[in-house]
Each structure stands twice: as structure tokens, then as C-alpha cells.
Design a protein around this ligand. Structure first.
Ligand SMILES: *Cc1c(COP(=O)(O)O)cnc(C)c1O
Length: 384
């Protein structure tokens, strides 16, 4: 990011970083530069530094500068999806023979990328409970190049101490990657806690309206940022101009949305802890959550994601999902509208039988920003 934004508060950066007025018209938001190529003034005479839109596009540049500013990094890169960002990162950092430590609770698609794609290229991995430092240290070996952390994790809402794992990574000579999708940069700043790279699915809280798929990488290391940008262009899974624009638009309200998501989720979690048909509530905002103290230390608030387990096993969990009305039954998360799902049969079906398998009686909520009383009433009705 440009140093101009370093002193600004988060909310101000979210609205202004990268969003410079259009030099041609003064338009106060960046236009959608729906263009593939740029006229040169004589061979090699690039006017604004733009040559071809896979390499760079002005609308994407606006988003990339905004992303870097939000994560307090120096380089942001926008991709066609979260998994495209992860793929670019892994192919930049890893070579055959390398080893990676991955968490025992993670986005199903991230696990699938490691297990079914990256592993075929001669990179092996160990699974660790990243909320337990001894488990992380035990999984590291002399070939470890990357430690991957997701906090809060998906779908079990486990909390990892980012600063402590950053120490382990530094000692091991490995890079610490933090998937910050569940928290968003408003609630958590992994680079400031010692992470080397932050990964995002922009599809979730950053976009915030369930209307776009996108991904991002942010780093504070300019050399690594250059390498990632080189690979982004070489592999080509970039975010298009319209998708970049709609994510930029969503980000402007990120701070107010995250405050309301967190407030509503706190109320929902509290109600669920009292409900006779709920056996366990997984939400880092609850004092009894094992990661509560670390979450309170490294997060501004506890976010909008909650998982809970019900009496009656898998069938009962599926029934709750089917009966909810205001909570829409669907995959994904992070939009203004509340969603409910059964991870075992939906988002996490791809980890069945692995170390990442999730309990069958688990229900996951993405608590939206509707009126909290309406949300509580819908869940009470669905629980029966
Ligand atoms: C959705 C998600 C991803 C993958 O992002 P896509 O945009 O769907 O490719 C990665 N990590 C987490 C935590 C996610 O929720």
C-alpha cells in the first residue's frame, strides 16, 4: 500500500485506499475498466503502465491496493477465487520434496487442494491441531516450508495463537500462511502478528453480499509480493474488472457489517447455550470456548460464524437445517443474509474419512445482519 494510508484508521482505509478519483472524469469510485489491452504511444510506450489486463487492470489495481492497506501489508493480489489464490501461493512457495503443515480443521477445498492436487506434485503434508503448539512443533520437519493456519477455523471455530505459531514457523525457517476469511482484516490482522502471507476468499465477508466469487493474497514482504505477482501473471487466474469492482464496493461497509455480524452472533450463541436440544455451542465469544482468551487477545470481536451440535445425531441436525426459514439453507458464508448448513453432508463432504472429518450432528450458521430477534425466533422454531 502507499504510505499515505498507514496512519489512517481501518474504516477510513476501507473506503479510501485504492479508491482514488478517476483522473479522466473525477468519478469518485474507480470505473469498471472492462478492457483487455491498452494503446501504446510508440512500441513499449505505456501510458499508465498498463499493457494487458491479465498482467494488470486499473479496477483490479484499485482493489489490490485496498486489500494491501486493509491487511497492513505492502502487496495485495486479487484472484478469480479463494482457491485460485491458494493455488498461486502454493506453486510460488513450494517445490517437489517440500513439506507443509496443515490444520486438522480447515476449509474443505483447502484440504482437497493439498490432498488431491499439491500432493501429486511431490509435496507431502502433516496434519496438526494448530491450536496446540506442541502439535504444530511435532508436525514440523526439516523439509517444512509452509505452516498453514485458519483461525477461527471452519467449521469447528477453533482458535490458533497466530503470534505463537509465527515463532514456531520462524524457528523452522517456514512461512506462516493465515487464511483470514472467517475473521476479515477488520477483526484480525495476521501480518501484524507475524504471519508472512494472508489468504482470503473474497467471496465471503469481504464481498459480503453473496454475489461474487474472488480470492486474495496479501504480504508485507515486497520481494515475496513480487514473486507472487509474477506467478499471478504467469498462471493467470486473475480477478476480472467487474468482480474487482463489486468486491471493492462490498469492502466499504466491512467494518459496520462485521460489528453487526459479531453482535448478532453473540446473541444467537447465547440463546443456543440455553437450548435443551443443543449439546454444544462452538463460538469463540463464549467464555467457555477453549480459545476464548486468545481470540479476545488477537481479534477485535468474535465474528459471525457459529457451529453447534444437537441431540438426536445426524438426522436431527439435518432436520434443523431443513426447518429453518429465515436462515437460508446453503453453502458459503459471510453475506448480509443468514445461512445454515450441515457441514458433514455439504461443505465438508470432501474431508469424510480424513483427519478433518467433522461430527455428523454438527450444524453451521453464518449469522447475517438481519434483526437479531427474528433470527432467534427462526432458530427456536427450527430446533422444535
Ligand atoms: C470459501 C473459503 C475458501 C475458498 O474460497 P473460494 O472463493 O470459494 O475459492 C478458502 N478458505 C475459507 C476459510 C473459505 O471459507
Amino acid at each position: 500500500m502507499s504510505d499515505q494510508h498507514l496512519h489512517q484508521s481501518f474504516e477510513t482505509r476501507a473506503i479510501h485506499a485504492g479508491n482514488t478519483a478517476d483522473p479522466l472524469t473525477g468519478a469518485v469510485v474507480p470505473p469498471i475498466y472492462q478492457v483487455s489491452t491498452y494503446k501504446q504511444d510508440g512500441v513499449g510506450g505505456l501510458r499508465g503502465g498498463y499493457e494487458y489486463s491479465r498482467s494488470a487492470n486499473p479496477t483490479r489495481t484499485a482493489l489490490e491496493e485496498n486489500l494491501a492497506a486493509l491487511e497492513s501489508g505492502r502487496r495485495g493480489l486479487a484472484f478469480a477465487s479463494g482457491l485460485a489464490a491458494e493455488d498461486c501461493l502454493l506453486r510460488t512457495l513450494l517445490a517437489p520434496g517440500d513439506h507443509v503443515v496443515i490444520p486438522n480443521d480447515a476449509y474443505g477445498g483447502t484440504f482437497r487442494l493439498f490432498a488431491k492436487v499439491v500432493q501429486r506434485w511431490g509435496v507431502d503434508f502433516s496434519v496438526a491441531d494448530t491450536s496446540d503448539l506442541a502439535s504444530v512443533r511435532g508436525a514440523v520437519n526439516d523439509r517444512t516450508k509452509v505452516i498453514w493456519v485458519e483461525t477461527p477455523s471452519n467449521p469447528l471455530l477453533g482458535i490458533t495463537d497466530i503470534a505463537a505459531v509465527a515463532d514456531v514457523a520462524r524457528t523452522a525457517g517456514a512461512k506462516l500462511v493465515v487464511d483470514n476469511t472467517f475473521a476479515s482484516p477488520y477483526l484480525q490482522q495476521p501480518l501484524a502478528l507475524g504471519a508472512d502471507v494472508v489468504v482470503h476468499s473474497l467471496t465471503k465477508y469481504m464481498g459480503g453480499h453473496s454475489d461474487v466469487v474472488g480470492g486474495a493474497l496479501v504480504t508485507a514482504d515486497e520481494t515475496l509480493g513480487e514473486e507472487l505477482a509474477y506467478h499471478q501473471n504467469a498462471m493467470g487466474a486473475v480477478a476480472g474488472p467487474f468482480d474487482s469492482w463489486i468486491v471493492l464496493r462490498g469492502i466499504k461497509t466491512l467494518a459496520v457489517r462485521m460489528d453487526r455480524h459479531s453482535e448478532n452472533a453473540g446473541k444467537v450463541a447465547e440463546m443456543l447455550t440455553q437450548h435443551p436440544k443443543v449439546t454444544q455451542v462452538l463460538y469463540p465469544g463464549l467464555p467457555e470456548h477453549p480459545g476464548h482468551e486468545i481470540a479476545a487477545k488477537q481479534m477485535r470481536a468474535f465474528g459471525g460464524m457459529i457451529s453447534f451440535r444437537v441431540t438426536g445425531g445426524e438426522e436431527a441436525a439435518v432436520e434443523v437445517c431443513n426447518r429453518a426459514k429465515l436462515f437460508t439453507l446453503g453453502e458459503s458464508l459471510g453475506g448480509v443474509e443468514s445461512l445454515i448448513e450441515h457441514p458433514g453432508r455439504m461443505t465438508h463432504a470432501s474431508v469424510a474419512g480424513s483427519a478433518l472429518e467433522v461430527p455428523a450432528d454438527l450444524v453451521r450458521l453464518s449469522v447475517g445482519i438481519e434483526n437479531a430477534d427474528d433470527l432467534l425466533a427462526d432458530l427456536r422454531e427450527a430446533l422444535g
